[in-house]
Ligand binder design. Structure first.
Ligand code: NAI
Length: 259
């Protein structure tokens, strides 16, 4: 297989959650540029539509779906619609997620529940529904989950977030062992600091202050952009990674989190 063919997704279908902005949007755009028909799903319906329109305007094939990943019925419906519309579903990128910051001592039950429901249960529902669909179709597939550098270290304020991302890794590794025989691969991406709305600070000064330690400690001397993560997802989605499953890929500039 030539290197170009290995990354070619022509004739394949992908479902991307969190596609309205940030990493999800960049991933949807890259998968479409690689030839996939891309179903863009997000709680932000207008944002998902804007992404799908941009992908279509760039010559790709894209559809938008309103989706709350914390609702299993909605996840199942979007997976089924995507499969029916495109006739197959080869790739799922579970990218929707939320951030929450509170110290261990100040964390309330409701904080943990909210982040758990989106970051873990949302991914679990996505993995379950799409794996069932892929098994039924019989073409195999690639499922990508979104972890974080928070899995590699403690960080002040990131208890809820880190717990959910560590759980996503365990889900990824476990599912990989269970569906491999159906030709389905399951891998996680654990990005470092990426410039998106999630990491945006209120002022330029606060932004620089937050990014400075990451830039100083990174051998590459910079923080990440959404496209850096999108390329990692494309690798895992494509045949270029056909012998890779149950793994964690870390696009993090060489540094997890400098605490
Ligand atoms: P973002 O905040 O820019 O985008 C997140 C998207 O997810 C938004 O479009 C939002 O509407 C959507 N979303 C939130 N809750 C949802 C729900 N219940 N159902 C459907 N969609 C929902 O965030 P960003 O930075 O693009 O993050 C994407 C993923 O990457 C997240 O899982 C995040 O935890 C992870 N990540 C981000 C890093 C960063 O530095 N930005 C680093 C490591 C991981």
């Amino acid at each position: 297989m030539s290197p170009v063919t290995a990354y070619d997704l022509t004739g394949r279908t992908a479902l991307v959650t969190g596609a309205a902005r940030g990493i999800g949007r960049a991933t949807a755009a890259l998968l479409a540029a690689a030839g996939a028909a891309v179903h863009c799903a997000d709680l932000d319906e207008a944002g998902a539509e804007t992404t799908a329109e941009a992908l279509t305007a760039a010559g790709g094939t894209a559809f938008a779906h309103p989706l709350d990943v914390t609702r299993r019925d909605q996840v199942a419906a979007v997976v089924e619609t995507a499969r029916r519309t495109s006739g197959r579903l080869d790739v799922m990128a579970n990218i929707a997620g939320i951030m929450h910051s509170s110290s261990v001592l100040e964390t309330e039950d409701a904080d943990l529940e909210r982040v758990w429901n989106t970051n873990f249960k949302g991914v679990l529902y996505g993995c379950q529904e799409v794996a069932r669909a892929m098994i039924a179709t019989g073409n195999g597939g690639s499922i990508v989950t979104m972890a974080s550098g928070a899995i590699d270290t403690g960080a002040p304020g990131l208890l809820c977030y880190g717990v959910t991302k560590a759980a996503v890794v365990q889900l990824t590794r476990t599912l990989a062992t269970e569906v491999g025989r159906h030709g389905i691969r399951v891998n996680a991406v654990a990005p470092g600091w990426i410039r998106t709305a999630m990491t945006e600070r209120h002022s330029a000064e606060a932004q620089q202050q937050a990014e400075r330690p990451m830039i100083r400690m990174s051998p590459l001397g910079r923080v990440g952009e959404p496209e850096d993560v999108a390329h990692a997802v494309l690798h895992l989605a494509s045949d270029a990674s056909s012998f890779t499953t149950g793994q964690i890929l870390r696009p993090n500039g060489g540094v997890a989190m400098p605490w």
